[in-house]
Design a protein. Sequence first.
Length: 697
Amino acid sequence: MPDNWNLTPISPTVSPLQVRGACPHDCPDTCALLTTVEGGVATRVQGNPAHAHTAGVLCAKVARYPERTYHPERILSPLKRSGAKGSGQFVPVGWDEALADIAARLQAIATRDAQAILPYSYAGTMGLVQGESMDRRFFHRLGASLLERTICSTAGTEGLVHTLGGKVGMKVEFFAEAQLILIWGSNSITSNLHFWRYAQQAKRQGAKLVCIDPRRSETADKCHEHLALRPGTDAALALALMHELTVHDWLDHDYIARYTLGWEALRERALQWPPERAADVCGVPAAQIRALARDYGTLRPAAIRLNYGMQRVRGGGNATRAVACLPALVGAWRQRAGGLLLSSSGYFPVQRAQLQRPELLAGRQPRSLNMATLGNDLLRPASADFGPRVEALVVYNSNPAAVAPESGKVVQGLARPDLFTVVLEHFRTDTADWADYILPATTQLEHWDVHLSYGHTDVLLNRPAIAPLGQARSNAQIFRDLAARMGFTEPCFADSDEALCRQAFGAAVDGALLDAQGFAPLHLPDAPFAQGGFPTPSGRCEFFSARLAQQGLDGLPDHLPNHETPGAAPQHAPYPLAMISPPARNFLNSTFVNVPSLRAAEGRPLLEIHPDDAQPRGIEDGAVVRVFNARGSYMCHAALSTRARPGVVHGLGIWWRKDGLNGTNVNELTSQALTDLGAGPTFYDCLVEVEAVADCS
């Protein structure tokens, strides 16, 4: 542990009333925070102006953090279920009673087979300490089932790994110098605010901005051009761009020869995708595809901001691969304002083994369960192939009843009388309603943590600004306490949260600088791949991936049609509309749904539908509609809008199920089918029908 880390238990302050921190939420920006504290109460959260990427600016959601922290419905003591499952009946209990009972229940299950215990967590906090440290040690020592944390980004991650070598790319600040920016699958104004500042700077300097997204988003409104392609057709568009780059010779042959692998094979595939073919698949004019290819082939520097929405379909991994090939074809990587950024998180030297201690498995190899198929897995009986039935579920940093696909099955599983469920939470979420115990967790204002980013390249430290409210404890402390109750005596279970902060990066990060200002940059080249050096096995941008070919997969990127395509199969005939479920502007997944000011700004659950689709169904603006398919139904209000293209509807999410007019949300309709690479969920690969509801009582 480096001795230049000098964290102290008492929060140092920038001034007598301001404490440095970091935003914990699942956004590329990972903002640096300043929390104003008066009399021990946090009165304001703002962006830290000393942090270049944050520049003193926060999104409307995180700026409401005091409102969330002091919410009157905050859970501040352990709660034990006192009525039937799902009844919402709980009674307060002491920590000693709760921990003793939970430990005894888990120990009894583990004695039979610890794999019957399943942890379930994701990015309720992105912190390395409260998100993936003491919890992993606990479950490794126990021998519980492993969780494949796939719900957001694994298809895109695998696409990058097999093309660029990892989650790496250009530095976000250099988008400000680009002359062409493709914003591909991202509503940056609402989900990547600080990137949007750089894009606007480039626009003021003459850059052209193009948005590629099925939805005419707020970002699309502000771009020079919008390509409203059908969901799941991004690879077809990318291949058509390659076609045009090839036939017009808008290629950097020297870069291709020196720093790429598999060009001849990719060239042959691209030549099979003239703009007319892609136009038929994507539902956009061939002339628009040609114009975009001309811009991408001739304007320099050209930069692509890719985001994860476009990989939540069957072919999401291939689509990411196809888009990630484009910068190498035109030599965009030669300039610091050229290239592509999906995620920068692969640059961070996180010491995950030190945090998570996989050696605690002691040679055991527990099964792995995919979090995207939780609904099926909770309902599966024991078998030779599956292993033991899931008997205990420990949920933290997630709300699977609301966010997991095919949530009707998730709720059926949570309702099992024989399933023991423990939820670490701030509020009575949809998932917490089904718990046997709810344990009160701290918020970001109340605990230590350290953060990487997937949108910039600075490490951030979060210092607690206030004491934990009520009896709340940090996630790490709760698992530390459970480990003690289970009799785990390994020294690593005594590590404090501050010690875990130090272990996350060790000597790889300037701890003194992190202590002093709350953030510390990684030292990386401005144009990391100007002369190749990709972190692939070949050191080149791999158009052809031998690793994929060895798995029996296509070594080249290709367009894969969605699992659910209108008219492609008889079972899809009753459901002619494609549905995507982008986030509502004022929510972040399900985290801020119950914050009064944000809830009021959002209004009510909505389905955006194009007037051409609404008119033959007799649907008027504001009417109650039932959105349905074979998996279930969801009732909400219709918003007639040209933000939706004909044939595609948008179920804006993620509202809690209890806020739906019929007690469901949009994930009642999404499927547990998985992506081509990375075994990720396919939230945007979903067919539905919509009908007006005369009476919703």
